[in-house]
Structure formats: structure tokens, C-alpha cells
Design a protein around this ligand. Structure first.
Ligand SMILES: CC(C)(COP(=O)(O)OP(=O)(O)OC[C@H]1O[C@@H](n2cnc3c(N)ncnc32)[C@H](O)[C@@H]1OP(=O)(O)O)[C@@H](O)C(=O)NCCC(=O)NCCS
Length: 181
């Protein structure tokens, strides 16, 4: 499964497969793992999605929420619906966990077509300004009380691996692609 993550992200334009695989190895070995789902073809794992803990720092109380990351399909199996099925499986897993919201950082074109919406429209702030606004998304899993807004906080493992938001030059490139100046 770490092999799939490494292959999927290693093949992306930034080539940061090792960074994401190392992050996920530490998340799943710790207390913040909530769920994992894999896609298997011919007995081989070709897709993976992780769901892990985060918080909403609301004024009234700290709320347990969750985030979807990473999502990976082996390069040779992409484009046939595996990623879409894994997103649906992650949403179902998060609903079963009883978490009210699931967040992610990702392409709004991909995730927007799969049930996610801009998190800012629900009153949520990203854990760092280095997440382009349209990329910070949420799927609500329960009715949102008025007070349940605020900044999303990631566990420190995400910071140790410098995997919260993006950094330049990738940040600038993605902002340009999203039409943000
Ligand atoms: C993004 C990813 C998981 C999609 O998996 P998949 O199994 O190919 O997904 P599906 O076959 O269900 O859907 C294909 C869709 O993904 C889109 N897609 C492919 N690569 C993508 C990428 N790097 N970023 C965003 N969307 C991507 C395709 O354009 C297609 O979109 P459409 O259905 O709107 O036409 C896969 O391309 C991948 O592992 N990419 C590298 C890792 C990554 O970027 N993960 C997401 C981080 S937020």
C-alpha cells in the first residue's frame, strides 16, 4: 500500500512520493489513523485512501473531525474509476465514524464532482494560508450547528513531514492554475 502511494505521488509533477509515503507510514503507526481503504485488482493493491483525525478549533469547543488524505491510484490503473470509488468509500467510512465533517486539500475539479464543497462556504479556515482557498474542501456528514466553524487543525505529524498546504514554487504554480493571483 505504501508502494501504491509512492508510485502515485512519485509520478506527479512534484515527484514527492517518498514524502507522502513516509508521512502515511507514521500516521498509520500512531493514534490519528481512523480508516484506510484499498482497491484490489487481480490480487494486487492498486489504490489506497486514508482517513485520519483533525480538529475544528470552534469558539465553543474543540471538535473531532477527519480528513481524507492521501488518495492514490497506481499510474497504470488510473482513469478507470478507482479514485472515485475510493473517495466514496472514504466518505462512507467517515460517516460510520460519526465525524461531522471530512476535510481535504485537493483539486476542486476532481473532488467537487465527487461531493466536496469549498470549506470556506461552511465557515472553515484552512490550517495554513498556504492552502489555495478553492483547494480546501469539505464534505459535511452531519447537520452543522451554527457555532461549528473555525480553523481546522492538523496533528503535528503533518507538520513534522511539512505536509500541511503547499510551498513555493508548487504553491505559486497551483494558484496560477486555479486563477488566483
Ligand atoms: C487523483 C487520482 C487519485 C485519481 O485516481 P483515478 O483512479 O485515476 O480516478 P478516477 O479514474 O476515478 O477518475 C479520473 C479523474 O481523475 C482526474 N485526475 C487524474 N489525475 C489527477 C490529478 N493528479 N489531480 C486531479 N485529478 C486528476 C482525471 O482527469 C479524471 O477526471 P474526470 O473524471 O473529471 O474526467 C490519481 O490520478 C492519482 O493517484 N494521482 C496522483 C496522486 C494525487 O494527486 N492524489 C490526489 C491528491 S489530492
Amino acid at each position: 500500500m505504501l508502494r501504491v502511494i509512492r508510485a502515485a505521488f512519485g509520478a506527479d509533477e512534484a515527484g514527492h512520493g517518498d514524502q507522502v509515503a513516509d508521512l502515511w507510514a507514521e500516521v498509520r503507526a500512531g493514534e490519528h489513523l481512523l480508516a484506510e481503504r484499498v482497491a484490489v485488482v487481480g490480487g494486487e493493491v492498486v489504490g489506497h485512501v486514508g482517513v485520519s483525525h483533525c480538529w475544528i478549533d470552534a469558539r465553543r469547543e474543540l471538535v473531532d473531525a477527519c480528513m481524507l488524505s492521501p488518495l492514490s491510484t497506481s499510474p497504470e490503473h488510473q482513469g478507470v474509476g478507482i479514485g472515485t470509488a475510493l473517495v466514496a468509500a472514504a466518505v462512507e467510512a467517515a460517516r460510520d465514524l460519526g465525524r461531522p465533517m471530512m476535510f481535504l486539500e485537493g483539486d476542486p475539479a476532481f473532488y467537487g464532482a465527487r461531493g466536496f464543497e469549498p470549506a470556506s462556504s461552511y465557515g472553515f479556515e484552512a490550517p495554513t494560508p498556504r492552502v489555495p482557498a478553492p483547494a480546501f474542501q469539505v464534505v459535511p456528514l452531519a447537520e452543522q450547528p451554527d457555532w461549528m466553524t473555525g480553523r481546522v487543525v492538523y496533528p503535528d505529524v503533518w507538520w513534522r513531514h511539512d505536509s500541511t498546504g503547499l510551498r513555493d514554487p508548487r504553491l505559486a504554480d497551483i494558484e496560477a492554475a486555479l486563477g488566483i493571483s
